[in-house]
Design a protein around this ligand. Structure first.
Ligand SMILES: *Cc1c(COP(=O)(O)O)cnc(C)c1O
Length: 231
């Protein structure tokens, strides 16, 4: 889900006004990109008032692994935290030396894939990716929730769905593990579990740019079939 960023920003402002140094960081690993989607404007309101954001290119943006991104409103604080001076390091005159802005001295040009993907998609393409994956998560939630075999545990506001599989014998956690193992073994889709408030549940994370309605319907059919077999 999304925190109420405007309320958090108000709180941070109040702390700052009272003389307390305050920094608010947003872990937007999965859904920071929602800020590009008009349909998510209410959920992401206030994000821009916070101090730093992080997100992963290797999640919703679908670039290869190892593309974490940190975005910081305070450039001098960012640089001061990351820049290292040493006699043997010849720092360039002027311009932006990548070494001053990240934890590594040496790295391959991981940003190229992220940049190319953002340029290719454009803002509309990113918004579409966000809205499409959220729509598919809702489709999962609607179909599984309507089946009578499962309950949706969370409010589905992004691409994440938490599912409780309803076992006739009451051992819902066992059924969840059996359903996930069955669907994984046949190779239709990949679902993994989580423990939420002490309860074993199934997690859905719609992340692949190429997933579509037919994929969801096929996965739902497989899930419900394995739930019947394992119940
Ligand atoms: C994936 C994830 C991380 C870990 O990030 P990696 O860059 O993949 O190691 C941290 N926080 C959240 C909320 C995540 O979803």
């Amino acid at each position: 889900s999304f925190d109420d960023f405007a309320a958090v920003a108000d709180l941070a402002d109040a702390h700052r006004a009272a003389g307390n140094p305050t920094w608010v960081h947003v872990d937007g690993a999965v859904m920071l990109l929602a800020a590009a989607a008009p349909a998510m404007a209410a959920r992401t309101a206030g994000l821009g008032r916070l101090d730093s954001w992080s997100t992963d290119g290797h999640k919703l943006l679908n670039v290869s692994y190892d593309c974490g991104i940190a975005i910081c409103a305070n450039a001098s604080a960012h640089r001061a935290a990351m820049s290292v001076q040493a006699a043997y390091l010849e720092q360039g005159e002027g311009g932006r030396d990548p070494m001053d802005w990240g934890p590594d001295f040496s790295r391959r040009a991981r940003g190229v894939g992220v940049y190319a993907t953002l340029r290719a998609l454009g803002r509309d393409g990113v918004a579409d990716l966000v809205e499409r994956t959220i729509g598919l998560a809702r489709r999962f939630a609607d179909r599984l929730g309507a089946s009578g075999q499962a309950e949706i545990v969370n409010d589905v506001v992004s691409n994440q769905v938490l599912v409780r599989w309803l076992a006739p014998d009451g051992d819902h956690g066992r059924l969840a593990d059996a359903v996930m193992a069955g669907v994984r073994a046949e190779g239709t889709a990949f679902f993994s579990g989580t423990t939420y408030r002490g309860e074993r549940l199934m997690r859905i994370s719609v992340s692949d740019w190429a997933s579509d309605e037919a994929d969801v319907d096929r996965a739902v059919e497989a899930l419900l079939r394995h739930a019947r077999l394992a119940a």
